[in-house]
Design a protein around this ligand. Sequence first.
Ligand code: R2B
Ligand code: URA
Length: 319
Amino acid sequence: MNEVYLIMAPILQSEYIEPEQYVKNPHLDTMEEDILYHFNLSTKNHNLPAMFGDIKFVCVGGSANRMRAFAQFIHQELELPGNVEDIRDICEGTDRYSMYKVGPVLSISHGMGVPSISIMLHELIKLLYHAHCRDVMLFRIGTSGGIGLAPGTVVITDKAVDSFFRPQFEQVVLGKVIIRSTELDAGMAQELLQCSAELPHFPTIVGKTMCTHDFYEGQGRLDGALCSFSTEEKLEYLRKAYETGIRNIEMESTVFAAMCRVCNLKAAVICVTLLNRLEGDQISTPHDVLLEYQQRPQHLVAHFIKKRLGLIHEDVHQD
Ligand code: R2B
Ligand code: URA
């Protein structure tokens, strides 16, 4: 039987975390050069502090196109000089991930699923460390399947849970299972909820998010190439999930929450629901409606960032 460890991360109390506290790896100090292979960046070939030292907000999402669109949107929202069409993919030497820097905001794609986002996060967290970035906040903006919610609802995650509804992420290391807590920053979630009240265009709630390792059978779908359960069994599982407070299902939140927590980085997960899983499995909503849904987490995070940068005053209500 595998040994099980519970690694407790320190509670995030201070706003001012030193970059040295992001990484938890003594071997890094002994390395002459660190090659961030999947970003096509390295500590020898790039001046990472000059390129990234002013980053305060990192937004990650599955698709490269969506994260480029987000970078262009943020550029407009922050009223930065220059043309949005000139924003370049910093990782263009590799097609694994795309990365765009817009003022203090970094926008990065992470692909689909835990292994893909986990590789990206290792390199991102080392990047923030090498670049001496301070007081950074991370946001995952994505899509999800809702449970008992109208499609288009935005869910701000309070806890990411696994397929057994446990607030933990299991990583196998040297043949042993390491368990890490998946609690997210409560202050950021509340601040985002407050931001949503100032943007009255879409419903937003706070709830638990279930992270699975598959889109089809793993999320209880009846429409995959394989399905080993009945409609009743599917609905029983989803209803149980709902009873424990789970409001949406996606595929990256547990490892995102766990890695940010261990690395002392404040983080939030904001996903729009594309469908109500109690009513179906196929995503049949028209493309233009889906595109508008996917902009909702972007609008919410943009509002948060603008408030943090003092570009919106607390007492101004926007319609
Ligand atoms: C949400 O959407 C993707 C699957 O369609 C996956 O990356 C996720 O978490
Ligand atoms: N992403 C998911 O992981 N599941 C859904 O149902 C929709 C988007």
